[in-house]
Design a protein. Structure first.
Length: 119
C-alpha cells in the first residue's frame, strides 16, 4: 500500500516556475514507477511526466518536454516536478501516481494540487 500527498501548487504568472512535491508513505517506494498527471476543467486527465524505480529513466509529454523536470529521492520517499517557463495552458490540477509494473497502469493516486498560470 502506498499513500501519496502532493504539495507545492499555487498561482504564478506566465514564464514563472513552480516545484511540485509528492510525498509517499510505505516501505517499498523504490519498487514503484511514479507519474505526474494533470487535469484541466472539462478535459481528460493527461500524462505529464514519469520516472522509473531508481530515477534512471524519465518520460515527458511533448507539451512539457524541455520545460519540466521530474526527479525522485527514494530515501526521502519523494518525487518532484520542477516546472519552468509556465504557460496559461499548464493550468490544471496536478496528481502524482504510483504503479508497480507498467508506465500505463497506476495503482495509487494522490488528491491533487492546483496550479494556476496567469497571462
Amino acid at each position: 500500500q502506498v499513500q501519496l500527498v502532493e504539495s507545492g501548487g499555487g498561482s504564478v504568472q506566465a514564464g514563472g516556475s513552480l516545484r511540485l512535491s509528492c510525498a509517499a508513505s510505505g516501505r517499498t517506494f523504490s519498487n514503484y514507477l511514479v507519474g505526474w498527471f494533470r487535469q484541466a476543467p472539462g478535459k481528460e486527465r493527461d500524462f505529464v511526466a514519469g520516472i522509473s524505480y531508481s530515477g534512471g529513466m524519465t518520460r515527458y509529454a511533448d507539451s512539457v518536454a524541455g520545460r519540466f523536470i521530474i526527479s525522485r529521492d527514494n530515501g526521502m520517499k519523494k518525487v518532484y516536478l520542477q516546472m519552468n517557463s509556465l504557460k496559461p495552458e499548464d493550468t490544471a490540477v496536478y496528481y502524482c501516481a504510483a504503479g508497480r509494473d507498467s508506465w500505463r497502469v497506476y495503482d495509487y493516486w494522490g488528491q491533487g494540487t492546483q496550479v494556476t498560470v496567469s497571462s
